[in-house]
Ligand binder design. Structure first.
Ligand SMILES: [Zn+2]
Length: 459
């Protein structure tokens, strides 16, 4: 049974979905104005690992929705720079198409299958839904108009008996008002739901009480609308980076009139020399700067998702080497002949490993403990049962260890000659054949109690 740290209760809680055997999950997705950096990708690797654990270990089906933010301050600044002559609404679409494609390519490279995400809805396709929710809040007098924009009133919300600040403890003094989208850090304040049109910016008409309020949505409203439209209110799990707790998730919750998910789960930042990786600090690494994207996935999994994680070239290199060792082990199991490996590992280490591996993941997704458990069998235990379990490990960790590989009949014959030479103690001949396997067939031989096992040579 999976236990997850829930920001709503600030404790680990036994996870139980609303509907038996089916989980609904929403992740705050990217703003598609530029390349995502690897700090952003950590959040998606975490969410992906969670949905994999829910499916493979817990046996649920998962409906995973991730939004695409295609209108906000950053998007608008970018279209004004890159497409100044284009109609602003059209330009948003061009920019969003470009960087959504790049984002999908990036997540595939770090082992997140696009096909596992049921929907990637875009904010601008949900303007009507956002207007409907804003209208409802205006009718309830939780929202108010000012200079053609609509704001969420924290005072009115509080007076209606609701609590603002359910994920983080906030010093509640609702006097200020905030109009920025993602970068505001001013503290608790009324926040914008709908921004009045500014000259040269994209806008949509908004009819309220027979008057038009042309403008565009604030950032927070999109997630309230898309999460509940696709997954219902209440759904099971809402994920995001820890910086989204406040104000973004607090605002999402307030707009929904209460927490729209039973679990709010947040991952910590990726850091560089103890500073958050962010475009504004100029310390970002893009995925295209990394030669082995799956090594970055492994690096993320080596840390607990709720721990800050320091990124460095050395750490990435060690992860790359560890991954190559795991790949070599997977090769050895896959490439061993049917008769070479025993069906079950008699020592019981394989079954013991699986118990520790799955129990670690069920303990608030302790991927580092799960990987440590893997070290107990890696390169040491060989059986068909181990191969089957490694396939399950792969399905959970998404490291793509198991590949459909085969050895040519020539390589197999050379391998048999090698084994015969070893058994006849003809070491000069066996050394020559070993070298031939390496240079001609790119296969490295290891001598094990099960005979020579091979894996592909990797850099
Ligand atoms: Zn969101």
């Amino acid at each position: 049974m999976l236990r997850l740290y829930n920001a709503l209760t600030k404790s680990k809680k036994l996870f139980k979905p609303i509907k038996a055997k089916h989980v609904t999950m929403y992740s705050c997705g990217p703003t598609v104005y530029d390349h995502a950096h690897i700090g952003n990708l950590r959040a998606y690797i975490f969410a992906d690992t969670l949905q994999r654990v829910l499916r493979v270990i817990e046996g649920y089906t998962v409906d995973w929705v991730m939004n695409i933010t295609d209108v906000d301050d950053k998007m608008i600044a970018r279209i004004q720079r890159d497409y100044p002559k284009e109609d602003p609404n059209m330009a948003l679409g061009i920019l969003a198409d470009k960087y959504t494609d790049i984002f999908v390519d990036d997540i595939e490279k770090v082992g997140i299958h696009r096909a596992d995400i049921a929907k990637l809805p875009r904010a601008t396709d949900h303007i009507k839904g956002m207007q409907a929710l804003i209208t409802k809040l205006l009718r309830e007098k939780i929202a108010y108009e000012s200079d053609g924009s609509f704001y969420f009133s924290l005072d009115a919300y509080k007076k209606s008996g609701k609590k603002y600040g359910v994920l983080v403890d906030l010093d509640y003094q609702a006097k200020a008002r905030v109009t920025d989208d993602q970068d505001q850090k001013e503290g608790v304040a009324d926040f914008v739901l709908w921004k009045a049109e500014k000259k040269g910016e994209p806008f949509w008409d908004f009819d309220y009480l027979g008057k038009n309020y042309p403008g565009r949505p604030g950032w927070h409203i999109e997630c309230s609308v898309m999460s509940t439209q696709y997954l219902g209110q209440v759904f099971d799990i809402h994920t995001g980076g820890v910086d989204l707790k406040f104000p973004h998730h607090e605002n999402e919750i307030a707009q929904c009139g209460g927490h729209q998910a039973n679990f709010f789960v947040h991952n910590e930042h990726l850091q560089v020399q103890s500073k958050k990786m962010s475009k504004s600090l100029g310390n970002i690494t893009k995925l295209s700067d990394i030669t082995d994207p799956l090594a970055f996935r492994l690096l993320c999994l080596q840390a607990h998702y709720r721990s800050q994680m320091d990124f460095s070239a050395d750490a990435l290199q060690s992860a790359h080497e560890r991954l190559n060792n795991l790949r070599a082990y997977a090769d050895q199991l896959v490439l061993a002949s049917e008769h070479q490996l025993p069906a079950v590992d008699e020592s019981g280490i394989t079954s013991q490993f699986w118990q520790i591996f799955s129990a670690s993941l069920e303990d608030d997704l302790n991927t580092s403990a799960a990987l440590a458990a893997l070290a107990a069998i890696e390169g040491k235990v060989f059986s068909r049962q181990t191969l089957e379990l490694l396939q399950k490990v792969d399905a959970v960790l998404g490291l793509q260890l198991i590949n459909e590989v085969s050895i040519s009949s020539e390589a197999r014959a050379t391998l048999a000659d090698y084994q015969n030479a070893r058994e006849a103690k003809e070491y000069v001949a066996s050394d020559k054949l070993r070298e031939e396997l390496k240079t001609k067939y790119l296969l490295q031989v290891s001598d094990t109690p099960y005979g020579p096992l091979v894996h592909r040579v990797r850099k």
